[in-house]
Write a protein that binds this ligand. Structure first.
Ligand code: IMP
Ligand code: MG
Length: 192
């Protein structure tokens, strides 16, 4: 069998989380969530596009699959092509209040940074009449919080560095890397 030590992408300074470490933690968290949501028909809502890779692995790790589990997506954008949040969160998606009312919503995020996106989405689903809302995140950067936000289920805390891979991007690049790595600063702040 081929082992996974992919060649390091030239724009990556350091691998923070290997493919193996991510897989092990996601498997553990998936079982934990499955146990807590058995019988709750969870509505698992991923934020496009960063959470797609994590969500795909997470739902397959929810063992045994909670009955009635459904997948949905929302789009939330606060970042342009930079690495610092604009502070405004724009939401879009096809979920109607009737789809959400009375449901136990599990919001799946790639990373909680300032906390603004997650808080805006949690409020949005509460306002749509969800029976409960909980936040699942692959990563959290507590040092950068500007609004209080604590994921209910978290895979990893990371330090204050801009990271990419496993769904996370910089200007739409690097999402398909199988690991989470620190992007070389030269890739987003070219020397003058
Ligand atoms: P927040 O609203 O500041 O918490 O930002 C959340 C969004 O910013 C995430 O869903 C990501 O899309 C993006 N983001 C924050 N930090 C990083 C990072 O280190 N790498 C890639 N995207 C990030
Ligand atoms: Mg992003």
């Amino acid at each position: 069998m081929v082992t996974s030590s992919p060649t390091l992408h030239p724009d990556i300074d350091e691998v923070l989380l290997t493919q193996e470490a991510i897989a092990a933690r996601v498997a553990q968290l998936g079982r934990e969530i499955a146990a807590q949501y058995a019988g709750k028909r969870p509505l698992v809502v991923g934020t496009l596009k960063g959470a797609v890779v994590f969500m795909a692995d997470l739902v397959r790790a929810m063992e045994p699959t909670p009955e009635g589990l459904q997948l949905e997506f929302v789009r939330a954008s606060s970042y342009g092509a930079g690495t610092v949040s604009s502070g405004k969160v724009a939401l879009s998606g096809t979920l109607a209040p009737a789809d959400v009312e009375g449901r136990h919503v599990l919001l799946v995020e790639d990373i909680v940074d300032s906390g603004r996106t997650a808080v805006a989405l949690l409020e949005h689903f509460k306002a749509m009449g969800a029976a409960s809302v909980a936040l699942v995140s692959l990563l959290s950067k507590p040092a950068r919080r500007t609004v209080p936000c604590e994921p209910d289920f978290l895979c990893f805390e990371v330090e204050d560095k801009f990271v990419v891979g496993y769904g996370l991007d910089f200007d739409e690049q690097y999402r398909s890397l199988p690991y989470v790595g620190v992007l070389r600063p030269a890739c987003y702040s070219p020397a003058e």
